[in-house]
Design a binder for this molecule. Sequence first.
Ligand code: PKZ
Length: 180
Amino acid sequence: MAKIKKASDSLTVMTNIVLPNETNSLRNLFGGELLAKMDRCASISAARHCERRVVTASVNHVSFNHPIPEGGVVVLESKVSRAFSTSMEVYVDVWLDDPINQKKMHTNEGIYTFVAVDEFNRPIPIPEMIPETEEEKLRYDAAFRRKELSLILSGRMKPLESVELKKLFQEPQEPAGDKK
Ligand SMILES: CCCCCCCCCCCCCCCC(=O)SCCNC(=O)CCNC(=O)[C@H](O)C(C)(C)COP(=O)(O)OP(=O)(O)OC[C@H]1O[C@@H](n2cnc3c(N)ncnc32)[C@H](O)[C@@H]1OP(=O)(O)O
């Protein structure tokens, strides 16, 4: 597949108001409801990138930094952060938006992996992705480590087979001349 796409080509923005039936006993948005919203938003980004059917392969990370209250306006923004062969990482940022005071607070982020599949649910190749902004470049650079970690945690890769992740745990090598 020759096509190359930008991260911004997959930008997806979903805005919702938190309704009472989505809240927990503290009257904040229930975590599972947020996960479902993030999965929907991210899956649209993934489909926009590869122009194919996609399935969620894993949820690699979700952070709940601030509660989102009933009646709050929730804005989800997702983009593909890196495309591999058949899989892609999608980053979702969640904001609590105060339209009256025009303030926005970053409340959550999530990192998902999607796989493009054919009509028989077999993985198929996807276009490459090029990052443009500084944030997109940082997320792109770290995505391979996260892919390796996710494969290790799901039993699909042995830790010693990793390339990028292993480097994090290796002692920095001293230049030959500095040895005492
Ligand atoms: C034009 C469009 C406009 C927009 C228009 C709107 C469209 C709107 C779209 C909405 C779309 C609905 C979105 C529903 C989203 C669900 O809800 S899907 C339901 C939940 N998910 C599932 O049921 C998936 C079930 N699992 C599977 O089907 C298979 O395990 C999978 C994921 C296809 C993988 O199959 P497999 O045979 O194991 O394949 P394998 O070759 O080993 O791995 C394939 C790739 O996945 C990676 N992978 C597999 N597991 C993992 C893991 N745990 N971690 C990281 N990577 C992994 C592999 O590393 C490999 O990556 P590449 O190196 O090829 O890039």
